[in-house]
Structures are given as C-alpha cells and as structure tokens.
Design a protein around this ligand. Structure first.
Ligand code: DX5
Ligand code: ZN
Length: 215
C-alpha cells in the first residue's frame, strides 16, 4: 500500500528534518494538509511552506486542500514536485468539473475528497474524471482524532466500482489511521493511506514508516 505521511503532525521548527525521516523510511508521498479556518475550524499552513521545501526532498506532494473556493488558490500549489491536488466535493458543489479541469491544466493529477457525512454517490459523473478519491475517516480539521470505522464501506464500494467499470482513480483514506487499523483499511480496498500522528508520534519515525509499508 502507498503511504502518504501528513506533515501536519511534524515539528514545524524542524520540518525538513522531519521530512527526511519519512523519506528514509520509504514513504511514497508527503501529505500536505492545507486548512483555511473557513472550510474547517482550523488554520494550518499554505503554499509558501511547500515552495520552501522544493528541491530539498525527493518526495512528491499529495496536497489536500481543506479550503473554501479552491479554484482561486490551485495555481499557488503547482510546483515541480506536486503530484496530486485534492479538493473537497463539499467546497465545489457547483464547479467540481471546472476545478478538476483547472488542476489537470497544470499537468497535475486531480483528486476529490469527501467528508464522513458525504456519500460516494455525490461523485457520480466524476468517477472517470478524477485521478484520486480521498475518503475522510475523521471530520477534517485536526490531526490525532479517532478513526471512524464506519467509513470503511466507502472504500469497499469504490473499489468494487473501480473493478467493475475499469476506472483508474486511486483510493486514499485519511484520518486516524494507525498500525492497529491499517490491515482493515487495506482489506477494504484503500490503496493509499495517510497517517499523521501515528507516524510523527513514534519514537523512531523511519522505523514506523517501514512498519506501515509492510502492509
Ligand atoms: C485531517 C487531515 C489529516 C490528518 C491526519 O483534517 O486531513 O490528514 O492530519 O492525521 P492523523 O493521522 O493524526 O489523523
Ligand atoms: Zn489530509
């Protein structure tokens, strides 16, 4: 399974060191959690932080925009190292198709995320237009929350649909993922796991990444 550790739980005063640790452990991406204090009740950091990291890590960015009006800010997150930009369906109820096209116009893969209360059915019509679907397994806004087991069925649904219809989106899950539940997450059909606190609260971060990568 692919692992995208979230730097939301890193030590921001030593961010590059903390990124080197996940790189050493064999992480696949850096999960970049951007929060605006409107879409979610918390503010994290923005594009300048990513730009500072450019060229200093070999890892590519998996950007998760938890912001209102994402179309206005997509361009800011375009860097040579940006692999995915994911927006929330709930923040683009009127213009999701346009926002996805905008992301792709920069040659970047486009993702869409759904909050725990949003069913996968809202994505009908978009399954062949997205490169990634991010299922939230906590209410977005904060790291370190408990995993919502009742979101696993969405991965089961999306992976069955993917098989039946030949779609090629990556199924990602984010929130509360740990070594205790990673096996169930994988069994449900998740292909890319995000982990923040479970990675960065470890005594030995590279070793924790390696432990995740066994799944
Ligand atoms: C929540 C963020 C998550 C979160 C993951 O709003 O999108 O990426 O930081 O952190 P943990 O793994 O601690 O839930
Ligand atoms: Zn996230």
């Amino acid at each position: 399974m692919l692992l995208s550790p979230s730097i939301l739980s890193a030590d921001f005063s030593a961010l590059l060191d903390d990124i080197k640790k996940i790189e050493e452990g064999g992480a696949d991406f850096i999960h970049v959690d951007v929060m605006d204090g409107h879409f979610v009740p918390n503010i994290s950091f923005g594009a300048p932080v990513m730009k500072c990291l450019n060229g200093k890590t070999s890892l590519r960015y998996d950007v998760h925009l938890m912001i209102e009006n994402p179309a206005k800010y997509i361009k800011d997150f375009v860097t040579d190292q940006t692999e995915y930009i994911t927006v929330h369906q709930e923040a683009c109820t009127d213009d999701l198709a346009e926002v996805l096209d905008l992301i792709k116009s920069y040659g970047i893969k486009a993702g869409v995320s759904i909050k725990p209360g949003t069913p996968t059915s809202v994505l009908e019509g978009f399954f062949n237009k997205v490169d990634l679907i991010l299922i939230m397994s906590v209410e977005p806004g904060f790291g370190g929350q408990s995993f919502m087991e009742d979101q696993l069925y969405k991965a089961v649904e999306l992976s069955a649909l993917k098989r039946e219809m030949g779609y090629d989106y990556v199924i990602e899950m984010d929130g509360g993922i740990s070594l205790e539940n990673i096996e169930r997450v994988k069994e449900a059909g998740v292909e890319m796991a995000v982990a923040g606190s479970a990675v960065y609260r470890a005594e030995d971060v590279p070793e924790r990444v390696r432990a995740f990568k066994k799944y």
